[in-house]
Design a protein around this ligand. Structure first.
Ligand SMILES: Cc1ncc(COP(=O)(O)O)c(C=O)c1O
Length: 379
Protein backbone atom coordinates (compact mmCIF):
# COMPACT_ATOMS: atom_id res chain seq x y z
CA UNK A 1 0.00 0.00 0.00
CA UNK A 2 1.15 3.55 -0.69
CA UNK A 3 0.44 6.64 1.38
CA UNK A 4 -2.28 8.98 0.15
CA UNK A 5 -0.06 11.80 -1.02
CA UNK A 6 -1.64 14.96 0.43
CA UNK A 7 1.29 16.56 2.25
CA UNK A 8 4.09 18.54 0.58
CA UNK A 9 6.99 17.15 2.63
CA UNK A 10 10.40 18.42 3.66
CA UNK A 11 13.06 15.93 2.72
CA UNK A 12 14.04 15.65 6.40
CA UNK A 13 13.33 12.83 8.85
CA UNK A 14 13.70 13.81 12.48
CA UNK A 15 14.64 10.78 14.57
CA UNK A 16 15.29 12.46 17.91
CA UNK A 17 14.08 15.61 19.65
CA UNK A 18 14.80 17.40 22.91
CA UNK A 19 13.47 20.80 24.00
CA UNK A 20 13.42 22.93 20.87
CA UNK A 21 16.03 20.82 19.03
CA UNK A 22 15.50 18.11 16.42
CA UNK A 23 18.05 15.74 14.91
CA UNK A 24 17.66 13.96 11.59
CA UNK A 25 18.90 10.49 10.72
CA UNK A 26 22.25 11.91 9.61
CA UNK A 27 22.82 13.63 12.97
CA UNK A 28 22.11 17.10 11.56
CA UNK A 29 20.67 19.40 14.26
CA UNK A 30 17.68 21.71 13.69
CA UNK A 31 16.04 24.40 15.77
CA UNK A 32 12.27 23.87 15.95
CA UNK A 33 10.41 27.20 16.04
CA UNK A 34 7.36 25.68 14.39
CA UNK A 35 6.56 23.13 17.10
CA UNK A 36 5.01 20.68 14.66
CA UNK A 37 2.34 23.28 13.92
CA UNK A 38 1.92 24.87 17.37
CA UNK A 39 1.71 21.50 19.08
CA UNK A 40 4.93 21.34 21.06
CA UNK A 41 4.10 23.56 24.01
CA UNK A 42 6.49 22.28 26.70
CA UNK A 43 9.36 21.16 24.47
CA UNK A 44 10.09 17.81 22.87
CA UNK A 45 10.59 14.84 25.22
CA UNK A 46 10.35 16.89 28.42
CA UNK A 47 11.48 14.55 31.25
CA UNK A 48 8.30 15.09 33.28
CA UNK A 49 6.10 14.44 30.22
CA UNK A 50 8.03 11.28 29.35
CA UNK A 51 7.93 10.01 32.95
CA UNK A 52 4.19 10.64 33.37
CA UNK A 53 3.34 8.88 30.09
CA UNK A 54 5.67 5.96 30.86
CA UNK A 55 4.17 5.53 34.33
CA UNK A 56 0.64 5.61 32.92
CA UNK A 57 1.55 3.13 30.20
CA UNK A 58 2.79 0.69 32.85
CA UNK A 59 -0.54 0.95 34.70
CA UNK A 60 -3.31 1.14 32.10
CA UNK A 61 -3.16 2.87 28.73
CA UNK A 62 -6.72 2.79 27.49
CA UNK A 63 -10.26 2.18 28.39
CA UNK A 64 -13.33 3.81 26.88
CA UNK A 65 -15.79 6.21 28.45
CA UNK A 66 -17.81 3.29 29.74
CA UNK A 67 -15.86 3.42 33.01
CA UNK A 68 -14.81 6.06 35.54
CA UNK A 69 -11.41 7.55 34.67
CA UNK A 70 -10.33 9.70 37.64
CA UNK A 71 -7.56 11.33 35.59
CA UNK A 72 -10.30 13.08 33.56
CA UNK A 73 -11.56 14.82 36.67
CA UNK A 74 -8.02 15.63 37.76
CA UNK A 75 -7.41 17.17 34.34
CA UNK A 76 -10.65 19.19 34.40
CA UNK A 77 -9.80 20.52 37.88
CA UNK A 78 -6.23 21.50 36.97
CA UNK A 79 -7.26 23.05 33.64
CA UNK A 80 -9.98 25.02 35.43
CA UNK A 81 -7.53 26.26 38.05
CA UNK A 82 -4.76 27.23 35.61
CA UNK A 83 -7.05 28.82 33.01
CA UNK A 84 -9.32 30.56 35.53
CA UNK A 85 -12.42 28.78 34.16
CA UNK A 86 -13.12 26.82 37.35
CA UNK A 87 -16.89 26.69 36.83
CA UNK A 88 -16.78 25.45 33.20
CA UNK A 89 -17.33 21.83 32.11
CA UNK A 90 -14.87 19.84 30.01
CA UNK A 91 -15.69 17.45 27.16
CA UNK A 92 -12.59 15.59 26.02
CA UNK A 93 -11.96 14.55 22.41
CA UNK A 94 -9.01 14.00 20.08
CA UNK A 95 -8.39 16.89 17.68
CA UNK A 96 -9.06 20.57 17.15
CA UNK A 97 -11.65 19.94 14.46
CA UNK A 98 -13.53 17.60 16.75
CA UNK A 99 -13.40 20.13 19.61
CA UNK A 100 -14.97 22.69 17.26
CA UNK A 101 -17.60 20.25 15.93
CA UNK A 102 -18.70 19.63 19.49
CA UNK A 103 -18.66 23.36 20.29
CA UNK A 104 -20.91 24.06 17.29
CA UNK A 105 -23.17 21.13 18.03
CA UNK A 106 -23.64 22.32 21.63
CA UNK A 107 -24.40 25.87 20.46
CA UNK A 108 -27.07 24.50 18.15
CA UNK A 109 -28.52 22.09 20.72
CA UNK A 110 -28.65 24.93 23.24
CA UNK A 111 -30.27 27.57 21.04
CA UNK A 112 -32.26 25.32 18.70
CA UNK A 113 -30.86 27.47 15.86
CA UNK A 114 -28.44 26.86 13.01
CA UNK A 115 -27.10 30.17 11.67
CA UNK A 116 -23.39 30.58 12.29
CA UNK A 117 -21.18 33.66 11.97
CA UNK A 118 -17.45 33.16 11.43
CA UNK A 119 -14.57 35.36 10.31
CA UNK A 120 -12.97 35.76 6.91
CA UNK A 121 -9.55 34.10 7.02
CA UNK A 122 -10.74 31.58 9.61
CA UNK A 123 -9.41 28.05 9.99
CA UNK A 124 -11.42 25.75 12.24
CA UNK A 125 -10.48 22.27 10.99
CA UNK A 126 -11.30 19.75 8.30
CA UNK A 127 -14.30 17.77 9.58
CA UNK A 128 -17.70 18.51 8.10
CA UNK A 129 -18.96 21.61 9.89
CA UNK A 130 -15.51 22.82 11.00
CA UNK A 131 -14.37 22.89 7.37
CA UNK A 132 -17.60 24.58 6.27
CA UNK A 133 -16.72 27.28 8.83
CA UNK A 134 -13.19 27.54 7.40
CA UNK A 135 -12.53 30.27 4.85
CA UNK A 136 -10.89 28.10 2.22
CA UNK A 137 -13.26 26.82 -0.52
CA UNK A 138 -10.54 24.54 -1.93
CA UNK A 139 -10.86 22.18 1.05
CA UNK A 140 -14.67 22.27 1.32
CA UNK A 141 -16.31 19.34 -0.53
CA UNK A 142 -19.85 19.68 -1.91
CA UNK A 143 -21.11 17.50 0.91
CA UNK A 144 -19.60 19.89 3.47
CA UNK A 145 -20.98 23.06 1.93
CA UNK A 146 -23.91 24.55 3.86
CA UNK A 147 -25.94 27.73 3.40
CA UNK A 148 -26.24 28.84 7.01
CA UNK A 149 -22.72 30.16 7.61
CA UNK A 150 -21.85 33.83 7.08
CA UNK A 151 -18.22 34.95 6.80
CA UNK A 152 -17.59 38.51 7.95
CA UNK A 153 -14.34 40.54 8.03
CA UNK A 154 -12.45 40.32 11.31
CA UNK A 155 -12.62 43.46 13.48
CA UNK A 156 -15.34 45.07 11.33
CA UNK A 157 -17.82 46.22 13.99
CA UNK A 158 -20.48 47.28 11.51
CA UNK A 159 -20.38 43.98 9.58
CA UNK A 160 -20.89 42.13 12.85
CA UNK A 161 -23.82 44.32 13.83
CA UNK A 162 -25.41 43.78 10.40
CA UNK A 163 -24.95 40.00 10.47
CA UNK A 164 -26.27 39.51 13.98
CA UNK A 165 -29.92 38.68 14.67
CA UNK A 166 -32.08 36.31 16.68
CA UNK A 167 -31.55 33.46 14.20
CA UNK A 168 -27.86 33.23 15.03
CA UNK A 169 -26.85 30.14 17.02
CA UNK A 170 -23.22 31.13 17.43
CA UNK A 171 -20.36 33.42 16.55
CA UNK A 172 -17.10 31.49 16.34
CA UNK A 173 -13.75 33.26 16.31
CA UNK A 174 -10.10 32.29 16.77
CA UNK A 175 -8.31 33.78 19.80
CA UNK A 176 -5.68 34.85 17.27
CA UNK A 177 -6.11 33.81 13.63
CA UNK A 178 -3.22 31.42 13.04
CA UNK A 179 -3.42 29.86 9.58
CA UNK A 180 -4.45 33.24 8.08
CA UNK A 181 -1.13 34.76 9.20
CA UNK A 182 -1.53 35.95 12.84
CA UNK A 183 -4.38 38.43 12.96
CA UNK A 184 -5.73 39.36 16.40
CA UNK A 185 -9.30 40.36 17.20
CA UNK A 186 -9.29 43.71 19.00
CA UNK A 187 -10.62 43.90 22.55
CA UNK A 188 -13.35 46.22 21.26
CA UNK A 189 -14.39 43.64 18.68
CA UNK A 190 -14.51 40.75 21.15
CA UNK A 191 -16.51 42.87 23.58
CA UNK A 192 -19.01 43.62 20.80
CA UNK A 193 -19.27 39.89 19.94
CA UNK A 194 -20.00 39.25 23.62
CA UNK A 195 -22.59 42.02 23.83
CA UNK A 196 -24.39 41.05 20.60
CA UNK A 197 -24.41 37.34 21.49
CA UNK A 198 -26.03 38.22 24.82
CA UNK A 199 -28.53 40.57 23.22
CA UNK A 200 -29.57 38.00 20.60
CA UNK A 201 -29.40 34.81 22.65
CA UNK A 202 -26.44 33.46 20.61
CA UNK A 203 -23.44 31.49 21.84
CA UNK A 204 -19.92 32.97 21.73
CA UNK A 205 -17.32 30.34 20.78
CA UNK A 206 -13.58 30.99 21.04
CA UNK A 207 -11.42 28.65 19.00
CA UNK A 208 -8.23 28.59 21.10
CA UNK A 209 -6.90 25.46 19.40
CA UNK A 210 -3.79 27.31 18.23
CA UNK A 211 -3.76 30.47 20.36
CA UNK A 212 -4.47 28.72 23.68
CA UNK A 213 -2.33 27.02 26.26
CA UNK A 214 -0.17 30.03 27.02
CA UNK A 215 1.05 30.68 23.50
CA UNK A 216 -0.16 34.30 23.45
CA UNK A 217 1.27 35.18 26.86
CA UNK A 218 -2.14 34.62 28.49
CA UNK A 219 -3.51 31.13 29.05
CA UNK A 220 -6.14 31.88 26.37
CA UNK A 221 -5.57 34.73 23.92
CA UNK A 222 -9.08 36.11 24.48
CA UNK A 223 -8.21 36.67 28.16
CA UNK A 224 -6.01 39.56 27.03
CA UNK A 225 -9.29 41.31 26.12
CA UNK A 226 -11.15 40.47 29.32
CA UNK A 227 -14.11 38.78 27.59
CA UNK A 228 -15.59 35.46 28.68
CA UNK A 229 -16.93 33.23 25.90
CA UNK A 230 -19.58 30.55 26.43
CA UNK A 231 -17.53 27.81 24.79
CA UNK A 232 -13.76 27.45 24.28
CA UNK A 233 -12.16 24.80 22.08
CA UNK A 234 -8.64 23.53 22.73
CA UNK A 235 -6.20 21.00 21.21
CA UNK A 236 -2.64 21.32 19.80
CA UNK A 237 -0.47 22.40 22.78
CA UNK A 238 -2.78 20.58 25.19
CA UNK A 239 -1.04 17.21 24.72
CA UNK A 240 2.39 18.33 23.44
CA UNK A 241 1.97 15.85 20.58
CA UNK A 242 -0.35 13.32 22.16
CA UNK A 243 -3.72 13.67 20.38
CA UNK A 244 -6.06 15.21 22.94
CA UNK A 245 -8.57 18.03 22.65
CA UNK A 246 -11.31 19.63 24.67
CA UNK A 247 -14.48 21.67 24.51
CA UNK A 248 -14.94 23.90 27.58
CA UNK A 249 -18.59 24.68 28.26
CA UNK A 250 -19.97 27.37 30.56
CA UNK A 251 -22.34 26.30 33.35
CA UNK A 252 -25.36 27.27 31.23
CA UNK A 253 -24.90 24.15 29.07
CA UNK A 254 -26.76 21.18 30.41
CA UNK A 255 -25.22 17.73 29.93
CA UNK A 256 -27.40 14.74 29.08
CA UNK A 257 -26.21 11.14 28.75
CA UNK A 258 -25.46 10.33 25.13
CA UNK A 259 -25.49 13.98 23.95
CA UNK A 260 -21.80 13.91 22.95
CA UNK A 261 -19.42 10.98 22.75
CA UNK A 262 -16.13 9.56 21.48
CA UNK A 263 -14.29 6.26 21.76
CA UNK A 264 -10.77 7.55 22.32
CA UNK A 265 -11.41 10.95 23.94
CA UNK A 266 -10.14 11.30 27.50
CA UNK A 267 -8.37 7.95 27.67
CA UNK A 268 -5.75 7.34 30.38
CA UNK A 269 -2.74 8.14 28.22
CA UNK A 270 -4.33 11.29 26.78
CA UNK A 271 -5.09 12.52 30.31
CA UNK A 272 -1.57 11.72 31.49
CA UNK A 273 -0.13 13.72 28.58
CA UNK A 274 -2.49 16.66 29.18
CA UNK A 275 -1.82 16.63 32.94
CA UNK A 276 1.93 16.53 32.37
CA UNK A 277 1.67 19.57 30.07
CA UNK A 278 -0.32 21.59 32.61
CA UNK A 279 2.04 20.61 35.43
CA UNK A 280 5.03 21.75 33.39
CA UNK A 281 3.27 24.99 32.36
CA UNK A 282 2.56 25.70 36.05
CA UNK A 283 5.98 24.61 37.36
CA UNK A 284 8.03 26.47 34.73
CA UNK A 285 5.66 29.48 34.62
CA UNK A 286 5.47 29.09 30.86
CA UNK A 287 2.55 31.45 30.27
CA UNK A 288 4.44 34.34 31.90
CA UNK A 289 7.57 33.21 30.09
CA UNK A 290 5.84 33.37 26.68
CA UNK A 291 4.74 36.91 27.47
CA UNK A 292 8.22 38.05 28.53
CA UNK A 293 10.00 36.37 25.63
CA UNK A 294 7.51 37.86 23.16
CA UNK A 295 7.97 41.33 24.61
CA UNK A 296 11.74 41.03 24.14
CA UNK A 297 11.61 39.39 20.73
CA UNK A 298 9.05 41.58 18.95
CA UNK A 299 11.10 44.83 19.03
CA UNK A 300 14.21 42.92 17.95
CA UNK A 301 12.35 41.49 14.98
CA UNK A 302 10.83 44.85 14.08
CA UNK A 303 14.32 46.39 14.03
CA UNK A 304 15.57 43.97 11.36
CA UNK A 305 15.92 45.74 7.99
CA UNK A 306 13.35 44.28 5.60
CA UNK A 307 10.80 43.31 8.27
CA UNK A 308 7.60 45.18 7.38
CA UNK A 309 5.37 44.05 10.23
CA UNK A 310 5.38 41.76 13.24
CA UNK A 311 1.91 40.61 14.33
CA UNK A 312 0.81 38.68 17.38
CA UNK A 313 1.74 38.46 21.04
CA UNK A 314 3.78 36.18 23.25
CA UNK A 315 5.20 33.32 21.21
CA UNK A 316 2.56 33.35 18.45
CA UNK A 317 4.10 35.67 15.92
CA UNK A 318 3.76 36.48 12.24
CA UNK A 319 6.67 38.23 10.56
CA UNK A 320 5.86 39.92 7.28
CA UNK A 321 8.52 40.90 4.77
CA UNK A 322 8.36 42.04 1.13
CA UNK A 323 9.54 38.55 0.06
CA UNK A 324 7.64 35.27 -0.39
CA UNK A 325 7.70 33.48 2.95
CA UNK A 326 8.33 30.17 1.17
CA UNK A 327 11.71 31.52 0.03
CA UNK A 328 12.65 32.95 3.44
CA UNK A 329 11.64 29.74 5.22
CA UNK A 330 13.66 27.66 2.78
CA UNK A 331 16.74 29.79 3.48
CA UNK A 332 16.17 29.61 7.24
CA UNK A 333 16.03 25.85 6.97
CA UNK A 334 18.95 25.29 4.61
CA UNK A 335 21.35 28.00 5.84
CA UNK A 336 20.46 28.23 9.55
CA UNK A 337 18.75 24.84 10.16
CA UNK A 338 15.63 26.48 11.59
CA UNK A 339 12.06 25.21 11.16
CA UNK A 340 9.39 27.92 10.91
CA UNK A 341 5.74 27.93 9.85
CA UNK A 342 3.91 29.27 6.81
CA UNK A 343 0.58 31.11 6.61
CA UNK A 344 -2.08 31.89 4.01
CA UNK A 345 -0.68 35.42 3.89
CA UNK A 346 2.09 34.60 1.40
CA UNK A 347 4.77 36.90 2.85
CA UNK A 348 4.31 35.88 6.48
CA UNK A 349 6.62 33.55 8.39
CA UNK A 350 4.88 32.08 11.44
CA UNK A 351 6.70 31.41 14.71
CA UNK A 352 5.10 28.82 17.00
CA UNK A 353 7.93 27.62 19.26
CA UNK A 354 7.75 25.65 22.48
CA UNK A 355 6.99 27.99 25.37
CA UNK A 356 10.25 27.03 27.06
CA UNK A 357 12.37 27.89 24.03
CA UNK A 358 15.68 29.39 25.16
CA UNK A 359 16.59 33.03 24.62
CA UNK A 360 19.73 32.07 22.71
CA UNK A 361 17.56 29.95 20.41
CA UNK A 362 15.38 32.97 19.61
CA UNK A 363 18.58 34.96 19.02
CA UNK A 364 19.66 32.26 16.59
CA UNK A 365 16.43 32.94 14.68
CA UNK A 366 16.99 36.71 14.69
CA UNK A 367 20.47 36.13 13.21
CA UNK A 368 19.12 33.61 10.69
CA UNK A 369 16.36 35.96 9.56
CA UNK A 370 18.83 38.84 9.16
CA UNK A 371 20.99 36.60 7.01
CA UNK A 372 18.04 35.46 4.86
CA UNK A 373 16.73 38.99 4.34
CA UNK A 374 20.22 40.21 3.50
CA UNK A 375 20.49 37.53 0.86
CA UNK A 376 17.11 38.59 -0.60
CA UNK A 377 18.25 42.23 -0.80
CA UNK A 378 21.43 41.22 -2.64
CA UNK A 379 19.59 38.82 -5.00
C1 LIG B 1 -7.50 27.62 15.05
C2 LIG B 1 -7.55 26.18 14.65
N1 LIG B 1 -8.68 25.47 14.87
C3 LIG B 1 -8.77 24.18 14.56
C4 LIG B 1 -7.72 23.51 13.97
C5 LIG B 1 -7.87 22.07 13.61
O1 LIG B 1 -7.15 21.28 14.49
P1 LIG B 1 -6.84 19.74 14.14
O2 LIG B 1 -5.89 19.74 12.99
O3 LIG B 1 -6.26 19.19 15.41
O4 LIG B 1 -8.15 19.11 13.80
C6 LIG B 1 -6.53 24.20 13.71
C7 LIG B 1 -5.37 23.52 13.08
O5 LIG B 1 -4.47 24.10 12.56
C8 LIG B 1 -6.45 25.57 14.06
O6 LIG B 1 -5.34 26.27 13.83
Amino acid sequence: MKLFDVYPLYNITPVKAKGSRLWDKNGEEYLDLYGGHAVISVGHSHPHYVKRLEEQLEQIAFYSNAVKIPQQEELAALLGAISGYTDYQLFLSNSGAEANENALKMASFHTGRKKLIVMKGSFHGRTSLAVAATDNPSIVASMNAVDFIEFIPLNDLEALENAMNEEVAAVMIEGIQGVAGIYTPTAEYLRLVRRLCDANGAVMILDEVQSGYGRSGAFFAHQLSGVKPDIISIAKGMGNGFPVAGTLLSPKFQAKHGLLGTTFGGNYLACAAALAVLEIIREEKLVERAKILGEKLIPELKAIPGVEEVRGTGLMLGIQTPYPAAQIRKMLLSDSKIFTGSASQPNTVRLLPALNVQENELQQFVDGLKKALNKEVRA
